[in-house]
Ligand binder design. Structure first.
Ligand SMILES: [Zn+2]
Length: 286
């Protein structure tokens, strides 16, 4: 599959991470590759000496893969075992070693699998802070300023949840209230509900306790695990992810409205130009 000449690999394809990693290695390789299909599990029907060299090598590599998989399972590293990825997350403070140990990876995995594709993409980008906010739009050359469309402050992924503009805080309060009702309807334990709402308060206002310089979603996942929520905990994970997504949607609606700070600045500059031309009077006109 990795050798197939397909222009675009979809994240929904089987073994997407593995296949895309192999394709990347092939594209960087200076060697010319000639793929050859080999049937698997031939050792069930053939003796080793009856196999071709290719079939023997396939059997050998498969055995090494199974052995490596067992090793990862034994060390609880089967999920996201890539050491480079962990190193990167640690360096960028996406996931601290403490959070890594505390996060309910299985619960998050269950939640992720049943999310709509758009939400999956969004949370993956939000997780590392690399998403379409002012900070990255400037880095990508799409905007000249990283100003928040609501309030004009520097905007990164955390600011979307922490923006002090009236429309943003109203939306936040509305979403948190909806989440509180959602937890009541599912008879969530009072102490768990209180802890989650306290954490959300800390996410929105970094001066409050319980906030660290890591992604709010990571914090939520961490608390989630420590509190050992019910078997419907993955649904709570989805609600928390959706809360962040709705704040992002609200931010985007401001970006494309007349309430946009950058748009207001452009209007002001254009109005000043018109007024200065008007003040010059008609004398110089042909
Ligand atoms: Zn703002």
């Amino acid at each position: 599959m990795a050798f197939e000449d397909r222009p675009l690999l979809s994240p929904t394809d089987m073994q997407f991470d593995l296949v895309s990693a192999i394709q990347e290695d092939i594209s960087r390789s200076l060697v010319s590759w000639s793929p050859q299909h080999v049937y698997g599990h031939l050792d069930k029907t053939l003796l080793l000496e009856e196999m071709t060299w290719w079939e023997q090598k396939n059997l050998e590599v498969n055995g090494l893969a199974v052995e490596f998989c067992r090793e990862l399972k034994a060390n609880h590293q089967l999920i996201a075992p890539n050491p480079c990825l962990w190193g990167r997350w640690r360096e960028k403070q996406v996931v601290s070693p403490e959070a890594k140990a505390a996060i309910a990876w299985d619960t998050l995995g269950r939640a992720m699998r049943s999310l709509p594709t758009g939400l999956k993409s969004w949370i993956t980008k939000h997780w590392v802070g690399m998403c379409g906010t002012g900070k990255f739009k400037v880095l990508w050359g799409l905007e000249k300023t990283a100003a928040c469309p609501h309030c004009g402050s520097f905007e990164d992924h955390l600011h979307v949840l922490q923006c002090c503009a009236v429309s943003a805080t109203q939306e936040w309060e509305r979403r948190v209230s909806a989440l509180s009702t959602w937890m009541d309807m599912r008879l969530t334990d009072h102490s768990i509900k209180k802890a989650i709402l306290m954490l959300l308060g800390g996410v929105c206002d970094p001066t409050l306790p319980s906030t660290q310089a890591i992604s709010p979603v990571v914090q939520l996942a961490s608390w989630h695990n420590r509190l050992s929520v019910t078997k419907a905990s993955w649904k709570l994970s989805q609600e928390l992810i959706a809360l962040g997504f709705y704040m992002r949607e609200q931010r985007n609606s401001a970006q494309h409205s007349d309430d946009n700070v950058q748009l207001r600045e452009r209007h002001r500059t254009a109005n000043e130009g018109i007024h200065s031309q008007f003040d010059m009077g008609p004398d110089d006109l042909p």
